[in-house]
Structure formats: structure tokens, C-alpha cells
Design a protein around this ligand. Structure first.
Ligand SMILES: *Cc1c(COP(=O)(O)O)cnc(C)c1O
Length: 437
């Protein structure tokens, strides 16, 4: 006799929606979510039954799946990697002051492009530019979507159809395939490589300068350093050469930093050395939102502003609000979370690691933290971590909130330079929940 197909015994989506628990879910959280969860639960059950297993409690599974489906995908995580500006983990955490500005600008209408004095159309660039001028000493400033956009826009607006000289030691790839030569190609300018990988002298630039040259582009080497037998002209020397020959010097600082923290060129120093335009990121060492900032000579910034690409690359109001809030901290001499984490004494980090070890039964380990974001690549920040069993790495990534550490030599290190006091408590709770499962 033929056996009945066990798949036939599974309920339909409508049957499952009639389950009182699923009906309650539907009433509370809507038909679409209940149906999506019921379909997924049934698909799982079909698979399980096909493999000779049991369908399980479909109503309970549907309710659980609804929670998973509706949970936000872009979530807060605890960064226990010790990398302060971690691109994969969203780079700079924003200061409360910046978040307040975002809330205020985003919750209702704003004067984004409205001049309140004149009662007429204004420019979105007018809100942040005065702060940037004040903090960098630049004549003018422009904010776009990110620093890659700032470099692209600068080269497109200032060198389209002409030559851009770049040292072979600076033709860098920054991460996820962002390569300076490719950006130049898209900008419509022609790249002229100058010097060698390890040594480029001012004479190399001199020889390469010609009628077609529009600008010299300096590019921060970002996440790597050439050490040993090296040479590259300082920005002052390049600026003098550019002036003499009637071309521009554009300095892409990458991370860029406002106060002198050692090891990274400041924006003001680059301008003071004579760079005509300087570009840098909003969410690296600056500690603000994702943004690209171009500061420099007013006529050049105006050319960027008027270029058609600007419209495609412009910063949105949330970015501008967060950036204004972040820059306001610098003006009033307060610290961004990024600078606080970079500058915190190792002893304070050690006491957090001790607390975490005490709460989790881990062991305190001496570590080296990093600035990240292509900045200070050779600077070791003394740090401390709580070392735990390696097997916790995966469950902690699935915890709520997820905790991201570093696995090294068979242990999981939770570096406490990038955790706050409160986050240490949260991380400890997550560890103990994972262990009790
Ligand atoms: C990071 C970086 C960029 C790109 O900046 P984003 O803000 O990530 O677009 C460009 N140039 C250099 C040298 C960098 O380090």
C-alpha cells in the first residue's frame, strides 16, 4: 500500500494564520509580517519533513521567525577590536552633541537651503562652512558625501582634460578597491606618474610639469608606509613649485585631523604650507559623520561648488547637521569620542579590562590598539583586553548587542580601548548569556 505523503499533512498558510498565537501576532504586527513568517516556517518544515524529520511547533516557530524578520538589519554592535576608526563597524561613533543636531534638523523642517535673513533661497553649504573656515584657517569650504567624492570632484573641477601629477609612491588603494588611479580616470583628467615607489624628488615633479599640467595631487599613503630608503618633497616645497609654474597643489589628507595629535598632518598645517585645496574625511579622525570636506582658496572651492558633479555628490541634511555638531565640539575645546579613545591613558583602559575579566572570569592581556581609517598606521596604542575562550567569538557575534572581538593565538580578545564603561557591563552580560546556553 502506498504511504501517504507526509508533506500533505502540513497546514496551509491560512491554516497557520488561524493558530491563536499567529493570529495574535497578525493583530499586533500586521498581516504582511505574519504571512512572511508563516511562509518561512512552512518552508523550513517542508525541508525538515523531506529529510525524514518532524515539522515541529509551527505556530511557535512562526512567532519566533517574525521577531527575526522584523529585527533591524543595521544594528549597533560593541566594538571590542581595539581599532578606533573601524570602517567595517561604521567608523566614528558620533558625540551626543552631533546626534542632537541630527535629531533637531531631521525631525521637522529646517533652513537647509533657506536664508532666514533674506527670506529667500540659501545654500546648504552656508551652515558648516564658517566653522570649517574658523577651525582650519581656510578661505572657503565645501562638504560632499565622502572624501572619495571630494577627491573626484576636485580633480574633475580643476583638471578635466588636463594632466594631474601624482607620485608613484602615492598611487594607493584605500580599501574595498578604492584606487586613486581609477578615480583620476573617472574624473576626466590624465594621470601622470612621477618618481618611483620609494623615492620621488621635487625634480621629478619639475620634469613632468608641462603645458597640459593642471595640478599636482598629493595623496596621503593612508594605511601603509614605505620605510627605509625613501624620499618625498614636503608640501611646502611642492607648493612653491606649483606657484612658480602656475599650477595647483591639491592635498588629499585622507583621514585629516584638526588638532595636532602627532603622526598625522593637520589640515591647517597643509594649508599653511601652501596647498591650494585640501580634502579629508568626516568620519575618520575628525570623528563626525561620513562626509568629504574640501577646504582652500575661495575661487577653487567655488569651481567645485559649480561643477555639475557637485549636485550628485552633495552631502545631505543629516550629514550637515552631524558635522556642525561635531565641529562645534572642536570650537568649544571639547573632545569627540574618537579623540577621547585615542588619547585615553592606558591605565584607564586597563581598569576596564580588569572589570570585564572580573565579570566574565577572563584574563587581562596587554594589547596594541590602532587608530584605523588609514590614519597613524605605524602608531601602536598601548591597550588592554580581556582574554576569553575562542569558542565565544561566534556566539558573541550573534548576541544582542553583537560583540566583535579579535581571535588571536587561540583566544578571543575583547579590547577595552574601544569599549565604554557601560559597554563593558553589556559585553559581560552577553558573554554570560552565551555561556549559559
Ligand atoms: C579614506 C581615504 C579616502 C576616502 O575617504 P572616504 O571618506 O572613505 O571616501 C581618500 N583618500 C585617502 C588618502 C584616504 O585615506
Amino acid at each position: 500500500m502506498q504511504q501517504e505523503n507526509p508533506l500533505r499533512a502540513l497546514p496551509s498558510v491560512n491554516d497557520l494564520l488561524a493558530d491563536p498565537r499567529v493570529a495574535e501576532l497578525e493583530a499586533e504586527r500586521g498581516h504582511a509580517l505574519a504571512v512572511a513568517a508563516a511562509r518561512t516556517a512552512l518552508a523550513e518544515a517542508r525541508e525538515s519533513v523531506g529529510d525524514g524529520g518532524e515539522p515541529g511547533d509551527l505556530g511557535a516557530r512562526t512567532v519566533a521567525l517574525a521577531g527575526e524578520i522584523a529585527a533591524p538589519r543595521l544594528r549597533r554592535v560593541l566594538n571590542a577590536t581595539g581599532v578606533v576608526v573601524h570602517t567595517n563597524l561604521g567608523r566614528a561613533p558620533l558625540a551626543d552633541e552631533a546626534l542632537e543636531r541630527v535629531r533637531e534638523a531631521a525631525a521637522g523642517y529646517s533652513n537647509l537651503e533657506y536664508d532666514l535673513d533674506e527670506g529667500a533661497r540659501g545654500s546648504r553649504q552656508d551652515h558648516v562652512a564658517p566653522l570649517l573656515r574658523e577651525l582650519t584657517g581656510a578661505e572657503a569650504a565645501l562638504v560632499v558625501n565622502n572624501n572619495a567624492a571630494a577627491v573626484l570632484l576636485a580633480v574633475a573641477a580643476l583638471a578635466e582634460g588636463r594632466d594631474v601629477l601624482v607620485s608613484r609612491g602615492e598611487l594607493v588603494e584605500i580599501g574595498d578597491g578604492f584606487r586613486i588611479p581609477d578615480v583620476l580616470a573617472r574624473s576626466g583628467a590624465r594621470l601622470v606618474e612621477v618618481g618611483t615607489t620609494n623615492r620621488t624628488r621635487v625634480e621629478d615633479y619639475e620634469r613632468a610639469l608641462g603645458d597640459r599640467t593642471a595640478l599636482i595631487l598629493r595623496v596621503h599613503q593612508s594605511n601603509f608606509r614605505i620605510v627605509g630608503f625613501t624620499d618625498s618633497p614636503d608640501p611646502g616645497t611642492l607648493a612653491r613649485l606649483a606657484e612658480e609654474r602656475g599650477v595647483l597643489l591639491v592635498d588629499d589628507l585622507g583621514s585629516g585631523v584638526l588638532p595636532d595629535i602627532g603622526g598625522e598632518p593637520t589640515v591647517a598645517a597643509s594649508l599653511a604650507a601652501g596647498a591650494h585645496l585640501v580634502t579629508f574625511s568626516g568620519d575618520k579622525l575628525l570623528g563626525g559623520p561620513q562626509a568629504g570636506i574640501a577646504v582652500g582658496r575661495a575661487d577653487l572651492v567655488e569651481r567645485l561648488r559649480r561643477h555639475p558633479l557637485h549636485r550628485a555628490l552633495r552631502a545631505d541634511k543629516l550629514t550637515l547637521a552631524a558635522l556642525e555638531g561635531t565641529l562645534g565640539l572642536y570650537r568649544s575645546g571639547r573632545e569627540t569620542p574618537v579623540l577621547r579613545m585615542l588619547g585615553e591613558p592606558a591605565e584607564a583602559v586597563r581598569s576596564r579590562a580588569e572589570r570585564l575579566a572580573e565579570l566574565t572570569g577572563g584574563r587581562v592581556e596587554h594589547t596594541v590598539a590602532r587608530a584605523g581609517g588609514g590614519s597613524l598606521p605605524t602608531t601602536d596604542l598601548e591597550s588592554f583586553a580581556c582574554a576569553l575562550e575562542e569558542g565565544l567569538a561566534e556566539p558573541l557575534r550573534r548576541a544582542d548587542p553583537p560583540v566583535i572581538g579579535i581571535v588571536r593565538d587561540g583566544v578571543l580578545l575583547l579590547d577595552c580601548r574601544t569599549l565604554t564603561d557601560d559597554e563593558v557591563e553589556e559585553a559581560a552580560r552577553a558573554v554570560n548569556v552565551c555561556r549559559s546556553r
